[in-house]
Design a protein around this ligand. Structure first.
Ligand SMILES: Nc1ncnc2c1ncn2[C@@H]1O[C@H](COP(=O)(O)OP(=O)(O)OP(=O)(O)O)[C@@H](O)[C@H]1O
Length: 241
């Protein structure tokens, strides 16, 4: 069995003032090398789940294990946040430095890398993402799609062991979308990707999960989707077994 990067057991979270928990006795395992797509309706709790995994929200019940250790306090989650890269749904939550290079170099420096080395690392990651030339751009003046890619650069620059991507394709044009797909396909980093775009998930993940009534439901790979696709194009799905 593959080593587990993260494991959630019986996780329950209810927002203050809500009557029902949005995450309700949820079990979820992310193995080494896993590449999981998470597709579920608006408001079903996907973002909440990511925030719980990062320790940004504190569950009322359940156990979170990360890299072989049970995590509960802030100290444990600090370690989780060093090793798990969350791409926030809103890039503005991720970016805070005046320039792009400073923003991308911040993470590696925070991990103890020297300023010079961190800036070199930042340039490399920006280049991988097709963002060479953006180094001195003013972060808050970037377009939505540019911000999204810079936010991804800040996450990748920390060499995470696990990537949590919350709707990474929002606002991307076709070329940028393709570049994102290529970057993810080339990356071996384990990932959980929230998206409403089946075609995107089919390209960058190898299994699909959903969230139903606060629990993770496995959809058994992408077979169902391919099936639906074939059907939509008018073929007889029964010929595809
Ligand atoms: N800070 C908050 N306080 C109270 N309720 C919240 C808060 N954040 C989210 N919720 C509620 O929790 C539920 C789940 O929200 P969440 O953002 O996790 O869903 P999601 O599956 O990521 O949705 P989407 O696909 O629209 O991004 C929603 O009903 C939302 O209104």
């Amino acid at each position: 069995m593959a080593e587990q990067l993260m494991h959630l057991s019986g996780l329950t979270y209810r927002y203050p003032g809500d009557r029902e928990p949005v995450i309700n006795g949820l079990d979820f395992a992310v193995d080494q090398g896993a590449s999981i797509g998470l597709i579920a309706p608006n408001g079903s709790g996907k973002t909440t789940l990511f925030h719980l995994m990062m320790g940004l929200l504190k569950p009322q019940a359940g156990v979170i294990t990360a890299f072989g250790r049970e995590v509960s306090g802030e100290k444990g989650f600090k370690e989780v946040r060093r090793r798990v890269g969350l791409l926030f749904q809103d890039a503005d939550d991720q970016l805070f430095s005046p320039t792009v290079l400073e923003d991308v170099a911040f993470g590696p420096m925070n991990l103890g890398m020297g300023r010079h080395e961190a800036r070199a690392k930042a340039r490399d990651v920006l280049s991988d993402l097709g963002l060479s030339g953006y180094e001195e751009r003013i972060t808050f003046r970037l377009s939505g799609g540019e911000k999204r890619m810079v936010a991804l650069a800040t996450v990748l620059a920390m060499d995470p062991d696990l990537l949590l991507l919350d709707e990474p394709t929002t606002g991307l044009d076709r070329d940028t979308f393709s570049r994102l797909v290529a970057v993810l396909q080339a990356s071996k980093v384990a990932r959980v990707v929230i998206s409403h775009d089946f075609d995107f998930l089919e390209q960058v993940t190898d299994s699909l999960h959903s969230l139903v009534r606060g629990k993770i439901v496995m959809d058994g790979g992408l077979h169902l989707h391919r099936h639906a696709h074939v059907h939509r194009h008018g073929d007889n799905p029964h010929h595809h077994h």
